[in-house]
Ligand binder design. Structure first.
Ligand SMILES: Cc1ncc(COP(=O)(O)O)c(C=O)c1O
Length: 378
């Protein structure tokens, strides 16, 4: 690990992105999903004052389409597009038509997951009434497996890592002629569905733009967690397109900082990871389709510890936000980046993406030790 955890790329400020495809059909599709509504954008006045900026908002994805994470936005659009292609349907077909076509074709959905993505794919299987098979690594916990099974999916825990689970899901999906792998990270020969998943996340960004515009504001910086970088890809694409020049700050766990490692190396590279409370961000490499966008469009990247993340979970929850570790990591990130000299202005409007709802996790050992010594001292 480098001695400095803040990495900046000054050339990202003027870098621009053009969407290769129109993203509005994804938003229109989400609008048609049962229970769709914009997630809240919550102001954090005290934090804005502390940081000396105009405003800080949390885009709260702790409840999105009835699930406790943003992932359903990508999984739903990726699944819909893949089935539409498999069955020759157009993109303005209703969910009912897609369900009928998928059932007739015998479509089976496959995915590998650490939790949230697999549950989202399983939810799509449930909505479309088609079978779903989810693969998880040996680190899978019983509660997560049960939640995915609760969506009606069949869960297989394999003895290997997350990457081995992806390989298993891919192999199984190929064994069935009507199998569709809905995966949120790309690999050689498998790029289109992950690209649709990235496109699906753009709805979250369009909502931020609309919600701030309604208050006469525009974002100047968006802070996003990074796992395989698909969400970060969508964030950069939005921030650097359409005449917008919004700064992007990414955050990763110190035990799995694959993006920052790659940014420093100047090439996409794979790192060894170890456990973190930021489960969904525990990834050893960035998705190959996202690297070209992230490497050019991320303005700043920071790495946070489990302790810093845990303290931010507590802060957000004290503010009444139902934040989990991956989402609260964005708060730890902006505070740490500001203390390390990241340039912020009095008119900055910063948006933190809280990607998941509160969940149980093991308390960081440094936190437990500090509490124990407090108790011993009092
Ligand atoms: C809650 C949560 N936040 C952030 C991420 C990171 O997203 P990505 O893997 O697209 O970088 C994930 C990924 O699983 C997640 O589950």
């Amino acid at each position: 690990m480098s001695s400095s955890t803040l990495y900046t790329n000054p050339s990202a400020k003027s870098w621009t992105y053009s969407y290769e495809t129109d993203i509005s059909p994804a938003q229109a599709f989400h609008n048609r999903l049962p229970g769709y509504e914009q997630t809240p954008l919550i102001p954090l006045y005290d934090l804005a004052e502390q940081l000396g900026v105009g405003a800080v908002f949390v885009k709260d994805e702790s409840s999105r389409l009835g699930l406790p994470a943003f992932k359903i936005l990508g999984a739903s659009w990726g699944t819909f597009r893949a089935i539409a292609e498999q069955t020759g349907l157009s993109l303005n077909m209703s969910l009912r038509d897609v369900s009928e076509a998928a059932k007739k074709a015998g479509t089976i959905l496959f995915a590998a997951t650490e939790g949230n993505h697999g549950r989202a794919v399983a939810r799509m299987g449930k909505i479309l009434e088609i079978p779903t098979r989810i693969f998880m690594s040996r680190f899978a916990d019983q509660e997560t497996c049960q939640k995915i099974e609760g969506e009606g999916a069949q869960v297989t825990v394999i003895p290997g890592s997350y990457d081995d689970a992806v390989a298993a899901a891919f192999a199984e999906s190929r064994r069935v002629s009507t199998g569709l792998l809905i995966q949120d990270n790309a690999f050689e020969g498998y790029e289109r569905i992950p690209a649709w998943i990235v496109e699906g996340y753009s709805t979250l960004l369009l909502e931020i733009g609309e919600q701030l515009e309604a208050q006469g504001l525009r974002p100047t910086m968006i802070v996003t967690p990074i796992g395989v970088g698909s969400l970060g890809h969508a964030v950069v694409a939005f921030c650097k397109s359409g005449g917008r020049q919004i700064g992007v700050l990414t955050v990763e766990p110190e035990t799995a900082a694959c993006l920052q490692h790659s940014l420093r190396a100047g090439e996409r590279s794979t790192i060894d990871t170890s456990a973190t409370i930021m489960n969904g961000m525990c990834c050893g490499s960035v998705s190959p389709i996202s690297w070209p966008v992230l490497s050019r469009g991320v303005d700043a990247s920071i790495v946070v510890s489990d302790l810093e993340c845990h303290e931010s979970v507590q802060y957000m929850q004290d503010c009444g936000i139902n934040a989990g570790p991956c989402g609260a990591a964005t708060l730890a990130a902006i505070k740490k980046a500001a203390s390390m000299g990241l340039s912020l202005q009095t008119n900055s409007v910063i948006v933190l993406v809280n990607t998941e709802g509160a969940r149980a996790y093991p308390l960081p050992s440094s936190y437990v030790a500090a509490k124990a010594s407090d108790r011993a001292g009092s």
